[in-house]
Design a binder for this molecule. Structure first.
Ligand SMILES: *Cc1c(COP(=O)(O)O)cnc(C)c1O
Length: 210
């Protein structure tokens, strides 16, 4: 099946499950040749997980295509913040005070506002980004009350090889208790489950490109 057909099928599946869930096409490691048909079809939301790779790929294109929203899904190092602010509209990996403060400062300098998801490492896995589960509630309060960042949602990446449901439900509970609207959860393997648990942004790559 062609990329465009897999994209259309994925979109239909999402729409059949919820009118509130948006599809982010994760196109890391994909060439522009493969992405262009989706752009020409009218799709606007694309996800990347490395700042440097995305910057090289999108920097010129994005200047002339203001309607496209690039979503940063992977870890953001503080020394890449100004590059990230240049091309991305959404950052799904806000996970430390240091990063949050740096983003606020750079936003002010560049007179730019992005939309942010706070990433929570719900299972406290080593080698995984995200604020630890025991620090998450305080961090959310800090970002919402002490900073001038537009926090729209929470994001999680459940451990692999386990039933993701309990993590999706946990993230949903936190979003309700903190009055946060959006949930970035669900990938190719589990986006249907994620939508049933309240996801509003699913991040799908391999189901479309492979
Ligand atoms: C790669 C990636 C995805 C997409 O994963 P697929 O299994 O290819 O759908 C989603 N979220 C993040 C953070 C990723 O790095």
């Amino acid at each position: 099946m062609s990329i465009i057909n897999k994209f259309i099928l994925t979109k239909q599946t999402i729409e059949s499950l919820s009118s509130k869930s948006k599809l982010i096409v994760v196109c890391k490691k994909q060439s522009f040749e493969k992405i262009l048909p989706l752009i020409n079809h009218g799709h606007l939301d694309f996800g990347e997980n490395k700042v440097q790779e995305a910057y090289i790929k999108w920097k010129d294109f994005i200047k002339d295509h203001g309607k496209i929203n690039l979503h940063l899904l992977g870890h953001l190092q503080t020394n890449k913040v100004s590059q990230a602010l240049e091309i991305f509209s959404f950052i799904h990996s806000l996970d430390s005070e240091r990063l949050a403060i740096k983003l606020e400062n750079e936003e002010r300098k560049l007179e730019k506002k992005l939309k942010y998801f706070i990433q929570i490492n719900l299972a406290d896995e080593k080698n995984k980004s995200g604020i630890s589960s025991h620090e998450a509630l305080n961090f959310i309060d800090f970002c919402k009350n002490e900073l001038n960042l537009n926090i729209i949602g929470l994001m999680c990446l459940p451990p692999i090889d386990v039933d993701p449901r309990e993590y999706f439900i946990k993230l949903k509970e936190i979003s309700i208790s903190k009055k946060i609207e959006h949930l970035s959860m669900g990938m190719s393997q589990d986006y249907k489950i994620a939508i049933n648990c309240g996801s509003t942004y699913v991040r799908v790559g391999s189901a479309i490109f492979n």
